[in-house]
Design a protein around this ligand. Structure first.
Ligand SMILES: Nc1ncnc2c1ncn2[C@@H]1O[C@H](COP(=O)(O)OP(=O)(O)OP(=O)(O)O)[C@@H](O)[C@H]1O
Ligand SMILES: [Mg+2]
Length: 281
């Protein structure tokens, strides 16, 4: 069993619901995630959301990134611009820009090169021109993009575009990175690239938190340290509600299944349990 400690709350979603045109899409979403600390290593957080199509994963992500205003409830993150009180940061409502959002299309500026895109992402930073340049070049090196720094989006492969979009969000937002289906439509090599990206993000700052959705249950169990399953809850009369909510949470840290190099039978059992839960929601 890998030892870890849970420190301050880094994400708190309380009684969240989102309604579009009088139709409730998600409701009663409650969750709390804490900073996970492991002795001697920098360990970020990796949280996965699973659920069948239409259960509200993308809607929840839009609320989490401040792109959609909740109908009820709130999404709270620590306010790092304020001093800590008794060792913990005061909380704030999430706003657009606090949380990086990488959508499935990896949208980039058409008329900016990779370097220009990343430089633009640092426009509000207090770093000097030279410091910005050094920072960008070091990211480009780490992410295998140095040779492509002067190329435009249409001259990049899908995987290169995606990595540029991830770095762009890493540079201009705080510790959070929300990725909606980052693995869909990728070949085996690019899946590996995104996995390494998760690893790099996690190892580069204690508070870094990757939140992603996927339809690949095995991959979620392999990568995440906490998994939420969204589904339609069963009502008392036996019918399903037609809004999404969290029907299950697996804390893989507590289960001793997080950060394993191997995919064991216990991991497979979790996959089976998730499948069953999804089929019944
Ligand atoms: N802007 C919108 N206006 C009205 N309804 C919407 C809007 N966006 C999404 N919906 C509806 O909300 C529900 C949930 O959609 P959402 O995209 O959040 O699901 P999802 O879990 O991400 O699905 P998928 O796995 O297919 O990506 C769907 O029924 C969808 O039609
Ligand atoms: Mg979606």
């Amino acid at each position: 069993m890998i030892k870890y400690e849970q420190k301050e709350i880094i994400l708190h979603i309380e009684n969240l619901s989102v309604t579009y045109d009088n139709k409730t899409i998600i409701q009663d979403i409650n969750l709390q995630e804490k900073d996970t600390v492991r002795e001697g290593i920098t360990q970020g957080q990796c949280i996965a959301f699973l659920g069948r199509s239409g259960r509200g994963k993308s809607t929840l992500f839009k609320a989490m990134t401040g792109l959609v205003t909740p109908t009820t409830g709130s999404v709270l993150i620590p306010d790092f611009s304020k001093p800590a009180i008794n060792g913990s940061q005061p909380a704030k409502y999430v706003h657009e820009g606090d949380v990086g959002f990488v959508d499935q299309k990896y949208t980039l500026f058409r008329h900016k090169t990779v370097f220009q895109t990343l430089n633009f992402a640092l426009r509000n930073s207090k770093l000097s021109k030279k410091e910005k340049e050094d920072k960008i070049l070091s990211y480009l090196n780490d992410w295998g993009l140095y040779a492509f720094k002067d190329q435009y989006p249409n001259e990049l492969s899908g995987g290169q575009r995606q990595r540029t979009a991830i770095i762009e969000q890493l540079l201009c937002s705080g510790f959070y990175m929300v990725m909606d289906e980052p693995f869909s439509g990728l070949d085996v090599g690019n899946i590996q690239n995104v996995k390494s990206a998760f690893d790099l993000i996690s190892k580069s700052h204690e508070l870094n938190t990757v939140i992603f959705s996927t339809h690949d249950i095995e991959l979620a169990v392999e990568l995440a340290d906490s998994i939420y399953v969204l589904g339609y809850p069963k009502l008392e009369n036996g019918n399903f509600a037609n809004y999404g909510t969290i029907i299950k949470n697996f804390d893989l840290k507590k289960m001793g299944l997080a950060w394993n190099d191997e995919f064991t039978k216990d991991h497979l059992d979790v996959v089976k349990e998730i499948k069953l839960a999804m089929l019944n929601s």
